[in-house]
Each structure stands twice: as structure tokens, then as C-alpha cells.
Design a protein around this ligand. Structure first.
Ligand code: KG4
Ligand code: ZN
Length: 356
């Protein structure tokens, strides 16, 4: 177990340019964020092609590819912004949660550059990055708000009072929503990562042909569970598979029923989260927040509760360096930074982060 992050006060800064490095999974995301001018430049390299033939992320391949890509991409982003090392005031990297080898690559590079350039470095919580991604938009949400974080590794409802003031009020007891999308994609013979493929196929589905269960909605509480829905989906696929094939319309109908069940479940839980917290602003972030049906239905729900829904633009829903640069910049500006160690925390509790 790695030691918890320390954030010794280094004195707050009036303005900063921060290099953000995201290497927690299968995307190398690099960005430069200025506290004065916003995003200066960003690059993203996706490893999807590398992992697709294995049907999911192969951790060792992910780490090796981050090693190959991170430094060249940092050079590229600096060239795009016409900046040199001396222009950069701080470095933010994803310290967790994520794949340990992949995290270590970003941590080692961030820490080494921080020492070389003699500037502070900070390990950012990946889910805080997602949670704050909507702040990159012109129309950014104001605190406090309820955040629905829905990614490949996490499904959490968080009451957010401010940066670092997080209370997890609900979470998945088993699979994350994105993981469920990815597994259902596999059942339907769709490529990795499955979420966007299931969503696309679902558009051709016949509404009402199948109705799948809405897990954990008929008892109180804000937790989620997707493993039963996943099994229900698998059983439906198997029932309709004749001579090893399943017809295309049935596949689309199953994708549709699955997506509707996930979306309806989230609508019910988010409405409950409004009631439980008294908050009226909902933020959705993480890869699954790219889902159009989820956005549509949650915005209807928010409006019906006289509230508002916020989400990042599509490229900031999935993993990226901009959200890490932004989150790190807020903490560095407040005088927080790491000691000289570097940290990779595959598991890391969002609630343990220090408040600003
Ligand atoms: O946030 P993210 O890029 O990585 C993690 O932190 O895990 O989320 C990736 C997840 C994958 O499971 C992917 O299938 C899902 O987000 N995803 C979607 C959509 N786009 C990405 N799920 C449903 N609908 C989408 N349009
Ligand atoms: Zn993510």
C-alpha cells in the first residue's frame, strides 16, 4: 500500500501554466492549461487499436505504449503552445485510480520533469479530473452539485460542495456502468470499447420488444448494481441465438433494451439524489456521460425537478489530459503539491482528498 498523498503548502500562486499528464488506462492524454487563458494545447493518443484484438485493455501493453508515447506527446503539446520548459509552472499527473503500471509511467515522467524544471508536481485523482471536466466549458456548473460519475471503472453519485469536498452518496456494488456496456458489447459481438457501439446499435432497436430490469430501483437507496442486468442480457442473447447466430434486428433490440434499463436506473437514482441532498444541479462526467440517451433523459428529469444538467463536451467525457491539467492547476494554485515521492494509487478514495 502506497503512503497517502501529502500536500505540503508551498504558497498559493496568482497565475500558473500547468502541464497535465493522463496515463491511467488506455489513453495518453497531455494538455497545457493556463489559469488566465484556459486550455493552451492538448493532444490525445488512444491505444484502442492496440487492445482491440484482445477485446479489452491488456495492462502490460498499455504501460509499454505509455512509455513510448508520453514524452513525444509532451514535446508535441509544448510545440503547439509555443512554450518551453521554463514557461511551465507546475505539473499534474493522474496518480490513481487506474492500472498500476500505466499510472507509474505518468508519475515517473511527471516527477522527473518537475525536478528537472524545478517546479511543483501534484498527483491528481482521476475521478476528480472527470468530476471537474465540465468546469472547462464556458457554461460551467456552480457548486454545490450532485455529480454522477460514470466511467469504465466507476459508477458513483457524489455530493460536491466544492473542490475536494466530496461525499460519495451512492456507488455500484459490482460492475461499473461503462464496464457493463463493454461486456454487453462483447456478448453482441461488437468491438472494444463497447459503449459507443452499443449506443449506435441501440438506435436501430425496436422500443418495447424487450424490457430489461431496472436494478435496485424498487428499494430505497442510491447504490447501483449492474451484474444482474448483465446476466439478464446474456440470457436474452443466448435464448435468441439459433445455430450460433443471432439476427441483426434482435441484437439491436437487445442493445436498445439494455441501454434503456441503464438510463432509466440512472434517472431514478439521480432524482433520488436531488431529493436526498436538496441540490438542484446535476453534473454527469466520465465516458458513459457521452451517451446521448443518458443526456436526454437526465436533462428531462433535471428540468422536471426545476434543476439543471451539465456535462462536458464529448472529448472531455472520456479520458483526456485537459481535465487533469485543470484539476491539478486548481490545487497547485491553492498551494498544494506533492513531496518528492511519486505516487501510483490503483485504488484511491475520492473522499480522502484535501479540500481547497
Ligand atoms: O472515462 P473513461 O474514458 O475511462 C475510464 O475512466 O474508465 O470511460 C470509458 C468507458 C468505457 O466503458 C466506454 O465503453 C464508455 O466509457 N463509453 C460509453 C460511451 N462512450 C464511452 N458508454 C455508453 N455510451 C457511450 N456513448
Ligand atoms: Zn476515466
Amino acid at each position: 500500500m502506497m503512503p497517502p498523498l501529502k500536500f505540503p503548502l508551498t504558497g498559493s500562486s496568482a497565475r500558473m501554466i500547468v502541464l497535465g499528464i493522463e496515463t491511467s488506462c488506455d489513453e495518453t492524454g497531455i494538455a497545457l492549461y493556463s489559469s488566465e487563458s484556459g486550455l493552451l494545447a492538448e493532444v490525445l493518443y488512444s491505444q484502442i487499436d492496440l487492445h482491440q484484438k484482445y477485446g479489452g485493455v491488456v495492462p502490460e501493453l498499455a504501460s509499454r505504449d505509455h512509455i513510448r508515447k508520453t514524452l513525444p506527446l509532451i514535446r508535441e503539446v509544448m510545440a503547439k503552445a509555443h512554450l518551453k520548459g521554463a514557461d511551465i509552472n507546475g505539473i499534474a499527473y493522474t496518480a490513481g485510480p487506474g492500472l498500476s503500471g500505466a499510472l507509474l509511467v505518468g508519475a515517473a515522467i511527471a516527477r522527473s520533469l518537475g525536478m528537472t524544471w524545478n517546479i511543483p508536481t501534484i498527483g491528481v485523482h482521476h475521478m476528480e479530473g472527470h468530476l471537474l471536466a465540465p468546469q472547462l466549458e464556458k457554461n460551467a456548473p456552480q457548486f454545490p452539485f450532485v455529480a454522477l460519475l460514470v466511467s469504465g471503472g466507476h459508477t458513483q453519485l457524489v455530493a460536491v460542495e466544492g473542490i475536494g469536498r466530496y461525499k460519495v452518496i451512492g456507488e455500484s456494488l459490482d460492475d461499473a456502468a461503462g464496464e457493463a456496456f463493454d461486456k454487453v458489447a462483447k456478448m453482441l459481438g461488437l468491438p472494444y470499447p463497447g459503449g459507443p457501439h452499443v449506443a449506435k446499435l441501440a438506435q436501430k432497436g425496436t422500443p418495447g420488444r424487450f424490457v430489461f430490469p431496472r436494478p435496485m430501483t424498487n428499494r430505497p437507496g442510491l447504490d447501483f448494481s449492474f451484474s444482474g442486468l448483465k446476466t439478464f442480457t446474456l440470457n436474452t442473447v443466448q435464448e435468441h441465438t439459433k445455430d450460433i447466430v443471432i439476427d441483426e434486428q434482435t441484437k439491436a433490440d437487445i442493445a436498445h433494451a439494455f441501454q434503456e434499463a441503464v438510463v432509466a436506473t440512472m434517472v431514478i437514482k439521480c432524482r433520488r439524489a436531488f431529493k436526498a441532498t436538496g441540490m438542484k444541479t446535476l453534473v454527469i462526467a466520465g465516458g458513459v456521460s457521452a451517451n446521448t440517451r443518458l443526456r436526454e433523459e437526465l436533462s428531462i428529469m433535471a428540468a422536471s425537478e426545476k434543476g439543471e444538467l451539465y456535462y462536458p463536451q464529448l472529448k472531455y467525457c472520456t479520458d483526456n489530459g485537459a481535465m487533469i491539467a485543470y484539476a491539478g492547476c486548481q490545487r497547485l494554485m491553492a498551494g498544494q503539491s506533492d513531496d518528492l515521492g511519486f505516487y501510483a494509487l490503483p485504488r484511491w478514495n475520492l473522499e480522502s482528498l484535501p479540500a481547497l
